[in-house]
Design a protein around this ligand. Structure first.
Ligand code: MG
Ligand code: ZN
Length: 447
Protein backbone atom coordinates (compact mmCIF):
# COMPACT_ATOMS: atom_id res chain seq x y z
CA UNK A 1 0.00 0.00 0.00
CA UNK A 2 2.77 2.39 0.90
CA UNK A 3 4.53 1.55 -2.35
CA UNK A 4 1.39 2.35 -4.31
CA UNK A 5 0.92 5.66 -2.56
CA UNK A 6 4.47 6.58 -3.44
CA UNK A 7 3.80 5.72 -7.10
CA UNK A 8 0.84 8.08 -6.95
CA UNK A 9 2.95 10.77 -5.34
CA UNK A 10 5.55 10.36 -8.07
CA UNK A 11 3.06 11.18 -10.76
CA UNK A 12 1.79 14.07 -8.71
CA UNK A 13 -1.60 12.60 -7.86
CA UNK A 14 -1.01 12.28 -4.08
CA UNK A 15 -4.24 10.95 -2.61
CA UNK A 16 -6.58 12.00 -5.35
CA UNK A 17 -9.29 9.60 -6.22
CA UNK A 18 -7.31 7.70 -8.83
CA UNK A 19 -4.84 6.70 -6.15
CA UNK A 20 -7.52 5.66 -3.70
CA UNK A 21 -8.86 3.31 -6.36
CA UNK A 22 -5.39 1.91 -7.06
CA UNK A 23 -4.95 1.17 -3.38
CA UNK A 24 -8.35 -0.44 -3.09
CA UNK A 25 -7.74 -2.65 -6.12
CA UNK A 26 -5.01 -4.55 -4.33
CA UNK A 27 -6.92 -5.12 -1.12
CA UNK A 28 -9.61 -7.38 0.26
CA UNK A 29 -13.23 -6.25 0.28
CA UNK A 30 -13.22 -5.55 4.02
CA UNK A 31 -10.40 -3.06 3.54
CA UNK A 32 -12.26 -1.45 0.70
CA UNK A 33 -15.28 -0.82 2.88
CA UNK A 34 -13.14 0.76 5.61
CA UNK A 35 -11.59 2.96 2.94
CA UNK A 36 -15.04 4.05 1.86
CA UNK A 37 -16.41 4.85 5.31
CA UNK A 38 -14.95 8.09 6.67
CA UNK A 39 -14.40 8.69 10.37
CA UNK A 40 -13.86 12.43 9.87
CA UNK A 41 -15.72 14.59 7.35
CA UNK A 42 -14.44 17.99 6.21
CA UNK A 43 -16.88 19.94 4.02
CA UNK A 44 -15.35 22.90 2.22
CA UNK A 45 -17.65 25.49 0.63
CA UNK A 46 -16.06 28.06 -1.66
CA UNK A 47 -18.85 30.62 -1.72
CA UNK A 48 -19.43 31.94 -5.24
CA UNK A 49 -16.72 29.81 -6.89
CA UNK A 50 -18.23 29.01 -10.27
CA UNK A 51 -16.12 27.11 -12.83
CA UNK A 52 -14.64 30.34 -14.25
CA UNK A 53 -12.92 30.93 -10.91
CA UNK A 54 -10.99 27.66 -10.90
CA UNK A 55 -9.95 28.18 -14.53
CA UNK A 56 -8.92 31.77 -13.82
CA UNK A 57 -6.94 30.59 -10.80
CA UNK A 58 -5.02 28.05 -12.91
CA UNK A 59 -4.03 30.84 -15.31
CA UNK A 60 -3.25 33.19 -12.42
CA UNK A 61 -0.99 30.55 -10.82
CA UNK A 62 0.69 29.64 -14.14
CA UNK A 63 4.44 29.99 -14.39
CA UNK A 64 4.83 32.10 -17.56
CA UNK A 65 8.45 30.94 -17.93
CA UNK A 66 7.29 27.45 -18.97
CA UNK A 67 5.31 26.51 -22.10
CA UNK A 68 2.74 24.49 -20.10
CA UNK A 69 -0.01 25.88 -17.92
CA UNK A 70 0.76 23.97 -14.74
CA UNK A 71 -1.88 22.02 -12.83
CA UNK A 72 -3.23 23.53 -9.63
CA UNK A 73 -4.38 21.60 -6.57
CA UNK A 74 -8.02 21.61 -7.71
CA UNK A 75 -7.09 19.68 -10.88
CA UNK A 76 -6.25 16.57 -8.81
CA UNK A 77 -9.48 16.52 -6.83
CA UNK A 78 -12.27 17.09 -9.33
CA UNK A 79 -14.91 14.35 -9.19
CA UNK A 80 -18.19 15.84 -10.38
CA UNK A 81 -20.55 18.68 -11.10
CA UNK A 82 -23.60 19.85 -9.15
CA UNK A 83 -26.79 21.74 -9.86
CA UNK A 84 -27.54 24.50 -7.37
CA UNK A 85 -31.13 25.68 -7.96
CA UNK A 86 -33.20 26.49 -4.84
CA UNK A 87 -36.77 25.33 -4.09
CA UNK A 88 -39.22 26.13 -6.94
CA UNK A 89 -40.64 29.11 -5.05
CA UNK A 90 -37.28 30.86 -5.62
CA UNK A 91 -36.77 29.85 -9.25
CA UNK A 92 -33.47 28.80 -10.81
CA UNK A 93 -30.86 31.07 -9.21
CA UNK A 94 -29.92 30.42 -5.59
CA UNK A 95 -28.62 32.64 -2.83
CA UNK A 96 -26.04 31.41 -0.30
CA UNK A 97 -28.65 30.66 2.37
CA UNK A 98 -30.81 28.32 0.28
CA UNK A 99 -27.70 26.69 -1.20
CA UNK A 100 -26.09 26.22 2.21
CA UNK A 101 -29.34 24.79 3.56
CA UNK A 102 -29.31 22.31 0.64
CA UNK A 103 -25.64 21.43 1.24
CA UNK A 104 -26.11 21.15 5.00
CA UNK A 105 -29.46 19.36 5.21
CA UNK A 106 -30.20 17.79 1.82
CA UNK A 107 -33.42 19.84 1.59
CA UNK A 108 -34.18 22.49 -1.04
CA UNK A 109 -35.53 25.71 0.42
CA UNK A 110 -36.25 29.32 -0.50
CA UNK A 111 -33.64 32.06 -0.91
CA UNK A 112 -32.86 33.46 2.54
CA UNK A 113 -33.64 30.24 4.44
CA UNK A 114 -31.23 29.19 7.21
CA UNK A 115 -31.65 25.50 8.05
CA UNK A 116 -35.41 25.56 7.48
CA UNK A 117 -37.50 24.00 4.70
CA UNK A 118 -39.82 25.79 2.27
CA UNK A 119 -42.49 25.86 5.04
CA UNK A 120 -40.01 27.47 7.45
CA UNK A 121 -39.79 24.30 9.53
CA UNK A 122 -36.35 23.44 11.02
CA UNK A 123 -34.43 20.68 9.23
CA UNK A 124 -31.46 18.84 10.75
CA UNK A 125 -28.01 19.51 9.29
CA UNK A 126 -25.21 16.99 8.85
CA UNK A 127 -23.20 18.90 11.46
CA UNK A 128 -26.07 18.66 13.94
CA UNK A 129 -26.44 14.92 13.24
CA UNK A 130 -22.70 14.47 13.73
CA UNK A 131 -22.97 16.19 17.12
CA UNK A 132 -25.97 14.03 18.01
CA UNK A 133 -23.87 10.93 17.25
CA UNK A 134 -20.98 12.05 19.46
CA UNK A 135 -18.52 13.48 16.93
CA UNK A 136 -16.80 16.78 17.58
CA UNK A 137 -18.03 19.60 15.37
CA UNK A 138 -16.68 22.91 14.11
CA UNK A 139 -16.65 25.70 11.55
CA UNK A 140 -13.72 27.72 10.15
CA UNK A 141 -14.76 30.56 7.83
CA UNK A 142 -13.60 33.96 6.58
CA UNK A 143 -17.04 35.63 6.93
CA UNK A 144 -18.68 36.28 10.28
CA UNK A 145 -19.49 32.85 11.76
CA UNK A 146 -23.23 33.62 11.76
CA UNK A 147 -23.22 34.44 8.01
CA UNK A 148 -25.51 32.37 5.74
CA UNK A 149 -23.22 29.43 4.96
CA UNK A 150 -22.01 28.48 8.47
CA UNK A 151 -25.39 29.49 9.94
CA UNK A 152 -27.18 26.87 7.82
CA UNK A 153 -25.03 24.12 9.34
CA UNK A 154 -25.45 25.39 12.93
CA UNK A 155 -28.85 27.04 13.27
CA UNK A 156 -32.44 27.39 12.07
CA UNK A 157 -33.90 30.74 11.15
CA UNK A 158 -36.46 31.92 8.64
CA UNK A 159 -34.10 34.69 7.45
CA UNK A 160 -30.35 35.00 6.98
CA UNK A 161 -30.73 38.67 7.94
CA UNK A 162 -31.54 37.86 11.59
CA UNK A 163 -27.86 37.93 12.52
CA UNK A 164 -28.29 38.48 16.26
CA UNK A 165 -30.92 35.78 16.61
CA UNK A 166 -28.70 33.36 14.66
CA UNK A 167 -25.74 34.19 16.91
CA UNK A 168 -27.96 33.66 19.98
CA UNK A 169 -29.00 30.23 18.76
CA UNK A 170 -25.35 29.12 18.59
CA UNK A 171 -25.42 29.45 22.40
CA UNK A 172 -29.06 28.68 23.19
CA UNK A 173 -29.55 25.54 21.06
CA UNK A 174 -28.47 22.27 22.69
CA UNK A 175 -27.68 18.85 21.26
CA UNK A 176 -27.12 16.09 23.85
CA UNK A 177 -26.90 18.82 26.51
CA UNK A 178 -23.97 20.38 24.63
CA UNK A 179 -23.51 23.31 22.29
CA UNK A 180 -23.93 22.68 18.57
CA UNK A 181 -20.30 23.46 17.66
CA UNK A 182 -17.18 22.76 19.73
CA UNK A 183 -14.98 25.03 17.60
CA UNK A 184 -16.09 28.25 15.84
CA UNK A 185 -13.46 30.31 14.01
CA UNK A 186 -14.06 33.37 11.82
CA UNK A 187 -15.32 36.91 12.23
CA UNK A 188 -18.28 38.42 14.09
CA UNK A 189 -17.52 40.18 17.39
CA UNK A 190 -20.18 42.79 16.57
CA UNK A 191 -22.83 40.03 16.81
CA UNK A 192 -21.35 38.01 19.68
CA UNK A 193 -20.11 40.76 22.04
CA UNK A 194 -23.21 42.98 22.00
CA UNK A 195 -24.44 45.53 24.53
CA UNK A 196 -27.64 43.55 25.08
CA UNK A 197 -25.92 40.16 25.31
CA UNK A 198 -22.28 39.10 25.45
CA UNK A 199 -22.16 35.62 23.96
CA UNK A 200 -18.35 35.58 24.12
CA UNK A 201 -18.55 35.81 27.93
CA UNK A 202 -21.31 33.20 28.07
CA UNK A 203 -19.24 30.73 26.03
CA UNK A 204 -16.17 31.49 28.19
CA UNK A 205 -18.24 30.82 31.34
CA UNK A 206 -19.14 27.45 29.82
CA UNK A 207 -15.61 26.21 29.27
CA UNK A 208 -14.79 27.68 25.86
CA UNK A 209 -11.52 29.41 25.15
CA UNK A 210 -12.43 32.81 23.69
CA UNK A 211 -9.71 34.39 21.54
CA UNK A 212 -9.71 37.39 19.23
CA UNK A 213 -6.31 37.28 17.59
CA UNK A 214 -4.50 34.69 15.50
CA UNK A 215 -1.47 34.46 17.82
CA UNK A 216 -3.68 33.66 20.81
CA UNK A 217 -5.43 30.95 18.80
CA UNK A 218 -2.09 29.34 17.93
CA UNK A 219 -1.17 28.95 21.64
CA UNK A 220 -4.30 27.06 22.79
CA UNK A 221 -3.79 23.45 23.91
CA UNK A 222 -5.10 20.82 21.46
CA UNK A 223 -8.62 19.55 22.05
CA UNK A 224 -10.00 22.82 23.45
CA UNK A 225 -13.51 24.08 22.86
CA UNK A 226 -12.89 27.38 21.08
CA UNK A 227 -14.75 30.52 20.05
CA UNK A 228 -12.32 32.57 17.94
CA UNK A 229 -13.62 35.84 16.47
CA UNK A 230 -10.96 37.85 14.67
CA UNK A 231 -12.91 40.82 13.25
CA UNK A 232 -16.13 42.75 13.94
CA UNK A 233 -17.89 41.31 10.86
CA UNK A 234 -15.99 39.36 8.12
CA UNK A 235 -12.21 38.94 8.28
CA UNK A 236 -10.15 41.45 6.29
CA UNK A 237 -9.80 40.56 2.60
CA UNK A 238 -6.97 38.11 1.93
CA UNK A 239 -5.00 40.91 0.23
CA UNK A 240 -5.33 43.12 3.33
CA UNK A 241 -5.11 40.58 6.16
CA UNK A 242 -1.85 40.30 8.12
CA UNK A 243 -2.11 36.59 7.24
CA UNK A 244 -2.99 36.30 3.52
CA UNK A 245 -3.52 32.56 4.08
CA UNK A 246 -5.84 32.95 7.02
CA UNK A 247 -8.25 30.21 5.92
CA UNK A 248 -5.59 27.50 5.96
CA UNK A 249 -4.42 28.80 9.37
CA UNK A 250 -7.95 28.63 10.78
CA UNK A 251 -8.56 25.20 9.20
CA UNK A 252 -5.37 23.78 10.68
CA UNK A 253 -6.25 25.12 14.11
CA UNK A 254 -9.84 23.89 13.92
CA UNK A 255 -8.62 20.34 13.16
CA UNK A 256 -6.16 20.54 16.07
CA UNK A 257 -9.08 21.08 18.45
CA UNK A 258 -11.52 18.69 16.78
CA UNK A 259 -9.42 15.52 16.46
CA UNK A 260 -11.06 12.84 18.59
CA UNK A 261 -11.37 9.03 18.66
CA UNK A 262 -15.08 9.46 17.81
CA UNK A 263 -14.23 11.54 14.75
CA UNK A 264 -15.24 15.06 13.76
CA UNK A 265 -17.27 17.08 11.26
CA UNK A 266 -15.74 20.39 10.13
CA UNK A 267 -17.24 23.00 7.82
CA UNK A 268 -14.62 25.20 6.14
CA UNK A 269 -15.77 28.18 4.08
CA UNK A 270 -13.80 30.38 1.69
CA UNK A 271 -16.54 32.94 2.23
CA UNK A 272 -15.03 35.88 0.41
CA UNK A 273 -14.63 34.45 -3.08
CA UNK A 274 -18.31 35.46 -3.25
CA UNK A 275 -17.66 38.91 -1.84
CA UNK A 276 -14.99 39.55 -4.48
CA UNK A 277 -17.45 38.33 -7.12
CA UNK A 278 -20.24 40.65 -5.91
CA UNK A 279 -17.74 43.52 -5.97
CA UNK A 280 -16.51 42.47 -9.46
CA UNK A 281 -12.99 42.61 -7.99
CA UNK A 282 -10.70 40.25 -9.90
CA UNK A 283 -7.64 40.98 -7.74
CA UNK A 284 -9.42 39.93 -4.57
CA UNK A 285 -11.09 37.00 -6.32
CA UNK A 286 -7.68 35.52 -7.17
CA UNK A 287 -6.27 36.22 -3.70
CA UNK A 288 -9.24 34.47 -2.06
CA UNK A 289 -8.78 31.55 -4.46
CA UNK A 290 -5.10 31.40 -3.49
CA UNK A 291 -6.07 31.20 0.20
CA UNK A 292 -8.44 28.36 -0.69
CA UNK A 293 -5.77 26.56 -2.78
CA UNK A 294 -3.31 26.61 0.13
CA UNK A 295 -6.08 25.26 2.39
CA UNK A 296 -6.77 22.40 -0.04
CA UNK A 297 -3.04 21.60 -0.22
CA UNK A 298 -2.99 21.40 3.56
CA UNK A 299 -6.05 19.13 3.57
CA UNK A 300 -4.53 16.92 0.89
CA UNK A 301 -1.48 16.40 3.12
CA UNK A 302 -3.75 15.83 6.11
CA UNK A 303 -5.63 13.06 4.32
CA UNK A 304 -2.35 11.37 3.34
CA UNK A 305 -1.61 10.88 7.04
CA UNK A 306 -5.30 10.48 8.06
CA UNK A 307 -6.80 8.28 5.31
CA UNK A 308 -9.98 7.79 7.35
CA UNK A 309 -10.88 11.42 6.55
CA UNK A 310 -13.16 12.55 3.70
CA UNK A 311 -12.83 16.02 2.19
CA UNK A 312 -15.48 17.40 -0.18
CA UNK A 313 -15.20 20.85 -1.79
CA UNK A 314 -17.88 22.58 -3.81
CA UNK A 315 -19.34 26.03 -4.40
CA UNK A 316 -22.85 27.08 -3.43
CA UNK A 317 -23.27 28.98 -6.76
CA UNK A 318 -21.25 31.25 -9.06
CA UNK A 319 -21.02 34.99 -8.46
CA UNK A 320 -20.51 37.98 -10.73
CA UNK A 321 -20.72 36.14 -14.06
CA UNK A 322 -16.93 36.20 -14.22
CA UNK A 323 -15.48 35.74 -17.69
CA UNK A 324 -11.85 35.13 -18.65
CA UNK A 325 -11.56 37.33 -21.72
CA UNK A 326 -14.07 40.05 -22.52
CA UNK A 327 -15.26 42.45 -25.22
CA UNK A 328 -14.59 40.03 -28.07
CA UNK A 329 -10.85 40.04 -27.41
CA UNK A 330 -9.32 36.57 -27.06
CA UNK A 331 -6.86 37.46 -24.31
CA UNK A 332 -6.61 37.32 -20.52
CA UNK A 333 -3.72 38.86 -18.60
CA UNK A 334 -3.37 37.56 -15.05
CA UNK A 335 0.19 38.93 -14.92
CA UNK A 336 -1.35 42.21 -13.72
CA UNK A 337 -2.73 40.41 -10.64
CA UNK A 338 0.16 38.28 -9.47
CA UNK A 339 2.05 40.80 -7.32
CA UNK A 340 -0.75 42.78 -5.70
CA UNK A 341 0.13 43.94 -2.18
CA UNK A 342 -3.27 45.37 -1.17
CA UNK A 343 -6.87 45.21 -2.34
CA UNK A 344 -8.24 47.90 -4.66
CA UNK A 345 -10.48 48.95 -1.74
CA UNK A 346 -7.50 49.58 0.48
CA UNK A 347 -5.64 51.38 -2.35
CA UNK A 348 -8.73 53.55 -2.98
CA UNK A 349 -8.74 54.58 0.69
CA UNK A 350 -5.02 55.23 1.06
CA UNK A 351 -4.09 56.76 -2.31
CA UNK A 352 -5.60 60.16 -1.48
CA UNK A 353 -3.07 60.87 1.26
CA UNK A 354 -0.09 59.98 -0.93
CA UNK A 355 2.12 62.67 -2.50
CA UNK A 356 2.15 60.66 -5.73
CA UNK A 357 -1.01 58.52 -5.86
CA UNK A 358 0.06 56.90 -9.16
CA UNK A 359 3.46 55.85 -7.81
CA UNK A 360 1.77 54.51 -4.68
CA UNK A 361 -0.85 52.58 -6.68
CA UNK A 362 1.84 51.24 -9.02
CA UNK A 363 3.77 49.82 -6.04
CA UNK A 364 0.64 48.35 -4.43
CA UNK A 365 -0.73 46.84 -7.65
CA UNK A 366 2.71 45.38 -8.34
CA UNK A 367 3.20 46.03 -12.05
CA UNK A 368 4.97 48.70 -14.09
CA UNK A 369 2.63 51.36 -15.41
CA UNK A 370 2.57 52.02 -19.14
CA UNK A 371 2.21 55.33 -20.99
CA UNK A 372 -1.12 56.74 -19.88
CA UNK A 373 -1.59 54.69 -16.71
CA UNK A 374 -0.09 57.19 -14.27
CA UNK A 375 -2.20 60.08 -15.50
CA UNK A 376 -5.31 57.90 -15.36
CA UNK A 377 -4.59 56.71 -11.81
CA UNK A 378 -3.82 60.26 -10.63
CA UNK A 379 -7.20 61.32 -12.03
CA UNK A 380 -8.82 58.43 -10.12
CA UNK A 381 -7.15 59.62 -6.91
CA UNK A 382 -8.70 63.06 -7.49
CA UNK A 383 -12.24 61.61 -7.31
CA UNK A 384 -13.75 62.81 -4.03
CA UNK A 385 -15.82 59.71 -3.39
CA UNK A 386 -14.20 56.49 -2.09
CA UNK A 387 -16.61 54.27 -4.01
CA UNK A 388 -15.95 56.12 -7.26
CA UNK A 389 -12.19 55.61 -6.81
CA UNK A 390 -12.67 51.94 -5.97
CA UNK A 391 -14.94 51.38 -9.01
CA UNK A 392 -12.48 53.17 -11.30
CA UNK A 393 -9.54 51.10 -10.02
CA UNK A 394 -11.49 47.90 -10.62
CA UNK A 395 -12.32 49.07 -14.16
CA UNK A 396 -8.60 49.84 -14.69
CA UNK A 397 -7.66 46.26 -13.66
CA UNK A 398 -10.48 44.71 -15.69
CA UNK A 399 -9.21 46.60 -18.74
CA UNK A 400 -5.58 45.56 -18.13
CA UNK A 401 -6.49 41.90 -17.59
CA UNK A 402 -9.45 41.84 -20.03
CA UNK A 403 -11.73 40.40 -17.33
CA UNK A 404 -15.52 40.49 -17.80
CA UNK A 405 -18.48 40.46 -15.41
CA UNK A 406 -22.17 40.18 -16.19
CA UNK A 407 -23.72 40.96 -12.80
CA UNK A 408 -23.15 42.12 -9.24
CA UNK A 409 -25.21 39.13 -8.11
CA UNK A 410 -25.27 35.36 -8.51
CA UNK A 411 -25.68 33.22 -11.62
CA UNK A 412 -27.42 29.86 -11.95
CA UNK A 413 -24.67 27.73 -13.55
CA UNK A 414 -23.67 24.34 -12.13
CA UNK A 415 -20.61 24.19 -9.90
CA UNK A 416 -17.71 21.75 -9.67
CA UNK A 417 -17.46 19.07 -6.98
CA UNK A 418 -14.10 17.94 -5.62
CA UNK A 419 -13.56 15.01 -3.26
CA UNK A 420 -10.72 12.93 -1.86
CA UNK A 421 -10.09 10.54 0.99
CA UNK A 422 -12.37 7.89 2.47
CA UNK A 423 -15.65 7.64 0.59
CA UNK A 424 -14.72 10.12 -2.14
CA UNK A 425 -16.07 7.77 -4.84
CA UNK A 426 -19.61 8.72 -3.83
CA UNK A 427 -19.26 12.21 -5.31
CA UNK A 428 -18.65 11.35 -8.98
CA UNK A 429 -20.57 12.55 -12.00
CA UNK A 430 -23.58 14.82 -12.22
CA UNK A 431 -25.01 15.57 -8.75
CA UNK A 432 -27.42 17.97 -7.15
CA UNK A 433 -26.20 20.03 -4.21
CA UNK A 434 -28.60 18.09 -1.91
CA UNK A 435 -26.85 14.79 -2.80
CA UNK A 436 -23.77 15.84 -0.81
CA UNK A 437 -25.68 16.10 2.50
CA UNK A 438 -27.66 12.95 1.73
CA UNK A 439 -24.40 11.01 1.32
CA UNK A 440 -22.95 12.52 4.51
CA UNK A 441 -26.06 11.38 6.41
CA UNK A 442 -25.52 7.83 5.04
CA UNK A 443 -21.91 7.87 6.22
CA UNK A 444 -22.90 9.18 9.65
CA UNK A 445 -25.70 6.65 10.06
CA UNK A 446 -23.39 3.75 9.03
CA UNK A 447 -21.01 4.35 11.90
MG1 MG B 1 -21.20 32.10 2.43
ZN1 ZN C 1 -23.33 35.98 -2.75
Amino acid sequence: MLKKISVCSLVGLTLAQGCAQLDNAGHAAQNLSSQQQPRNIIMVVADGMGPAYTTAYRNFADNPETPDIEDVVFDHMLTGNASTHPAPVSGYVTDSAAAATALATGIKSYNGAIGVDANKQPVESVLQRAKQLGLRTGVAVTSQINHATPASYLAHNESRKNYNAIADSFFDDRINDGFVADVMLGGGTSYFARDDRDLTALFADNGYQYVDDYDQLATLPAGSDVLGLFAPVGLPAALDDNNPHRLSFLTKNAIKHLEDPEGFFLLVEASQVDWAGHANDIGSAMAEMDDLAVTMEYLQNYVETHPDTLVVLTADHSTGGLTIGADGIYEWHPEYLRNMKASVSSIAVNMVSEASPAAYAEAQLGFTFEDDDSALVDSIAALPDFEARETALKAFLDKKTNTGWTTGGHTGVDVEVFAFGAGADAFAGQLDNTDIAKQFFRFLNNR
